[in-house]
Design a protein around this ligand. Structure first.
Ligand code: 13P
Length: 334
């Protein structure tokens, strides 16, 4: 394992003022998102949409990396340039989602287990050859009646740790994503408890797997009220509970924490990140973003498949990226 190279890449991904765009929606997810704006999901509409994002002028100022989906890393822009090359020209590091999505947890069908370890070593080698320098694997933890269970959290933590080890072996920085879902009527306290549990298990397995902490990033949910909870915590409470939870579960040697947006509105996701960076200094890790919906919602609605709207959608995308860049230093104001 080349620890120096992994640490250099991980550190570059959380460089000051920069964060990550997650554009790695699987076929099912991108279909849902495109359908919501009246666009049929085809190989060509997916390419056109992602080309719109990646060719937005100046994004390299705010984005350190973009997470691609398997189809996208193999696609070319309309003028024939491979997608990873377009990103590199923008000064953005290409990454790739490598899990194979979730399946129902055996004997606990309300919960999910993330698949994708079979054949992973070969796929990682291929992606590295295509220019990827980091990877992502997402596990999903659901809060509900009697769940999550220890066996679901442990199984997913074990999967995340093995994936991270394979990734580092291939010279790719793993972004370890254990997402505790926002769905449900649970309180912020319950979210805190489950997030702390999940992160502690994840780092136990990461230790057992021999993963180098300085060459990885963590992509967690924020500690937040369930979407249907009648009592919604305010911005400062979310910021404080999230950081307090992370301080109790994430080793200081991890260079950065890059949050997912997880169904928050785009403004909320920016405000929460901003508050954390404003309220705390001298944290052991960088606090940054790796948003999909919170960066894409606005530009996707404006674009809606119309080539005449590309410039307008790009302007909205650049603005959101710039606002999150400001949130990295707690200096965001709309
Ligand atoms: P959201 O920011 O939309 O939660 O997506 C982040 C992500 O990459 C999920 O895997």
């Amino acid at each position: 394992m080349n620890k120096e190279e992994l640490n250099r890449t991980a550190t570059a991904l959380v460089a000051p003022g920069k964060g990550i765009l997650a554009a790695d929606e699987s076929f099912g997810t991108i279909e849902k998102r495109l359908k919501a704006v009246g666009v049929e999901s085809t190989e060509d509409t997916r390419r056109a949409y992602r080309e719109m994002l990646f060719t937005t002028e100046g994004i390299g100022e705010y984005l350190s990396g973009v997470i691609l989906f398997d189809e996208t890393i193999r696609q070319q822009t309309s003028d024939g340039r491979p997608m990873p090359e377009v990103l590199r020209e923008q000064g953005v590091i290409p990454g790739i989602k490598v899990d194979k999505s979730t399946t129902a947890m055996p004997l606990s069908p309300q919960e999910k287990f993330t698949q994708g370890l079979d054949g992973l070593r070969g796929r990682l080698e291929e992606y590295r050859g295509m220019g990827a320098r980091f990877t992502k694997w997402r596990a999903v933890i659901t809060i509900g009646e009697g769940i999550p269970t220890e066996r679901c959290i442990s199984a997913n933590a074990h999967g995340l740790a093995l994936y991270a080890a394979f990734s580092q072996e291939a010279g790719l920085v793993p972004i370890v994503e254990p997402e505790v879902l926002i769905d449900g009527d649970h309180t912020i306290e319950r979210c805190y408890e489950v997030t702390e549990w999940t992160l502690n298990r994840t780092f136990e397995y990461i230790y057992e797997a021999g993963v180098e902490l300085s060459g990885m990033l963590l992509k967690p949910n924020m500690v937040i009220s369930g979407k249907q909870c009648p009592q919604q915590a305010g911005v400062e409470e979310v910021a404080r509970m999230t950081v307090e939870c992370l301080l109790r579960s994430v080793p200081a040697a991890v260079p950065g924490i890059v949050f997912l947006s997880g169904g928050q509105t785009d403004i909320q996701a920016t405000e929460h990140l901003n508050a954390m960076n404003r309220l705390y200094d001298n944290l052991p890790w960088e606090l940054s973003f790796s948003y999909a919906r919170a960066l894409q919602q606005g530009p996707m609605e404006t674009w809606a498949g119309n080539p005449d709207k590309v410039a307008e959608a790009q302007k909205i995308f650049r603005h959101r990226a710039r606002m999150n860049s400001a949130a990295r230093s707690g200096s965001y104001s709309e």
